[in-house]
Write a protein that binds this ligand. Structure first.
Ligand code: ATP
Length: 158
């Protein structure tokens, strides 16, 4: 089976109402076969393939900037999530994917201000309360990662 290694970020910032996380609505992946066709919007965390020679933390920071427009710093590693998907190009090959997620602290930038080239991949990026995102993200693995982030932030407030 093909393998892909990606890395992504749980970017958090503290507001008067509590912690928020940077969430994206990806454009539909051309060629990916959805499990079931659904008009529901997809909500996900920013992530992307680890380039050759790149450390996974660097990938997380780079992808966060490219997909959301914000700069962040690394607080800690959270978890690796794993899934298999089928892609239609290259003959419906199955891909085994591992995505490492890092807890990142917001530093600067305006969410949603992304390069035109990235708008092909990302429909929009926005802040969402962390507790809401932990319920609403589309993928179970990413919801579990947000639950872990919440526990970490509760145990060690800023
Ligand atoms: P990357 O962001 O790493 O460059 P990509 O955008 O090419 O990757 P994915 O986001 O992995 O690809 O999406 C490929 C397929 O896997 C899509 O059908 C998507 O719906 C599905 N998918 C994405 N994330 C998850 C997940 N955490 N759990 C299960 N399926 C997922």
């Amino acid at each position: 089976m093909l393998r892909e290694i990606s890395s992504g970020g749980v970017v958090v910032r503290e507001t008067a109402e509590g912690w928020e996380v940077a969430v994206i609505e990806p454009q539909k992946t051309p060629g990916a076969v959805p499990k079931k066709s659904s008009p529901k919007i997809v909500l996900a965390l920013p992530k992307g393939l680890v380039d050759e020679g790149e450390k996974p933390e660097q990938t997380a920071l780079r992808e966060v900037f490219e997909e959301t427009g914000v700069r962040a710093s690394v607080l800690r590693k959270l978890a690796d999530i794993k899934y298999v998907y089928v892609r239609t190009w290259a003959d419906h090959q199955r891909v085994f994917k591992i995505v490492s997620f890092y807890l990142l602290h917001y530093e600067s930038g305006t969410i949603g201000e992304i390069a035109p080239a990235m708008q092909v991949e990302v429909k929009r990026a926005f802040w969402m309360p962390l507790s809401e995102a932990a319920r609403r993200l589309s993928y179970r693995g990413e919801r579990a990662v947000l639950e872990q982030a919440r526990q970490h932030l509760q145990a060690r407030p800023a």
